[in-house]
Design a protein around this ligand. Structure first.
Ligand code: M6R
Length: 359
């Protein structure tokens, strides 16, 4: 039940620290070693390429997973829209492994790809929140997100659970393959820092509501920008905001704006910029300058280690590869308040259903 909450979306945002801790307890032992079914780890470790298929928010979680699998498992990884791959099946490597990310386990677009994969005897894993769901039954293996029921149409805790669970699997596979990066990765610590970081952000939600009121609600459009994992989170932040607030929002690779889209920036256009990538932090600062000088109202979401005077939301310091777990939370809250303070039905945005069972 919603308890004292007006909407499920906020309840589910607030539950994320607990979800992080649950995944850590259930999938990592006291020494931080992954507790994942050997059959799954072996099957992924044999692959020469991982293909992730999903839709919407789950697709965005896959974009983060791609970077994590390549870094810690050392296996080339591709991410595709299930809705595209089902009908234009991508060229396969010799030993592909398919991962389906799906909160509901019922998404029709993803089922089409899985049916094709099964015809071709490609091994597959479904990461889902719903035990016994269709995609779980039809894939070779299942890993459960253990996020608890997600009721709001806008997905929040399933996203962070998908990112964390991919990290756990990547570490397990990387260790199996003898990868030093995987062995050295203190994921248990990372997840506990993430849980604390999320808690800090949800505890400060009033400040985020003020930002939504001041900058987002008056605007018809908005942008999210970032590079690397921040780019993946930009896409998710934009989907969240437009889905529940009806403010047209696009997520962009920060440097791409200047290749065309910057012409849309006017006085007062909100641009939410994410900086958690050590490699590109300074470059993104340059892109912020470019939009600010054209009149944009810039909101920055910045990891503590990169923070400068004047930043809007400073996140606790966290490992780049886990940064999405924390940096997505202000974006979820901005979307929530933009919708709620516009008087919209946050949990049931128009034209949408919780699971999309048509192609
Ligand atoms: O149940 P799934 O994860 O397969 O659903 C995929 C998308 O339909 C879903 O993430 C959708 O984009 C959400 N409404 C986004 O908040």
């Amino acid at each position: 039940s919603k308890g004292t909450y007006e909407f499920y979306m906020l309840k589910e945002i607030d539950e994320q620290p607990a979800v992080m801790r649950r995944l850590s307890t259930e999938y990592l032992d006291e020494n931080g070693e992954p507790v994942v079914d050997d059959k799954i780890v072996d099957a992924v470790a044999k692959a020469d390429r991982i293909y992730i298929f999903a839709a919407g928010t789950s697709y965005h979680a896959g974009l983060v997973g791609q970077q994590i699998f390549e870094k810690f498992a050392g296996i080339p990884t591709e991410v595709g829209y299930a809705s595209e791959a089902g009908y234009h099946f991508p060229m396969m490597s010799k030993h592909p492994f398919f991962i389906f990310l799906t909160q509901s386990g019922e998404t029709a677009d993803s089922r089409v790809v899985l049916t094709e994969a099964n015809k071709r005897h490609i091994p597959s894993l479904t990461m889902t929140n719903v035990e016994g769901s269709t995609l779980s039954r039809e894939a070779d293996y299942t890993m459960l997100l253990k996020a608890g029921p997600e009721i709001a149409v806008a997905s929040t805790k399933a996203y962070t659970a998908q990112v964390a669970l991919q990290a756990i699997l990547a570490k397990a596979v990387g260790e199996k393959l003898g990868k030093q990066e995987a062995k050295d990765w203190n994921l248990k610590h990372g997840l506990s820092i993430a849980a604390e970081g999320i808690q800090e952000i949800v505890d400060g939600k009033e400040a985020i509501e003020k930002l939504a009121k001041k900058y987002l609600i008056p605007s018809r459009n908005a942008f999210y920008i970032g590079r690397g994992i921040d780019h993946a989170v930009s896409l998710e932040g934009a989907l969240k905001l437009k889905e529940v607030s009806y403010i047209q929002t696009e997520g962009f690779a920060a440097a791409e704006l200047k290749h065309g889209t910057i012409s849309l920036i006017e006085d007062g256009t909100p641009v939410i910029a994410l900086i958690n990538d050590p490699v590109t932090a300074d470059l993104t600062r340059g892109n912020i300058q470019e939009v600010a000088s054209r009149g944009a109202n810039v909101i920055t979401i910045v990891g503590k280690q990169f923070a400068k005077e004047g930043d809007t939301i400073v996140l606790p310091e966290i490992d780049y590869y886990l940064s999405a777990l924390v940096s997505v939370v202000p974006a979820q809250l901005l979307a929530y308040y933009a919708s709620k303070d516009k008087g919209l039905d946050v949990d049931k945005p128009r034209n949408l259903a919780k699971s999309v069972t048509v192609e």
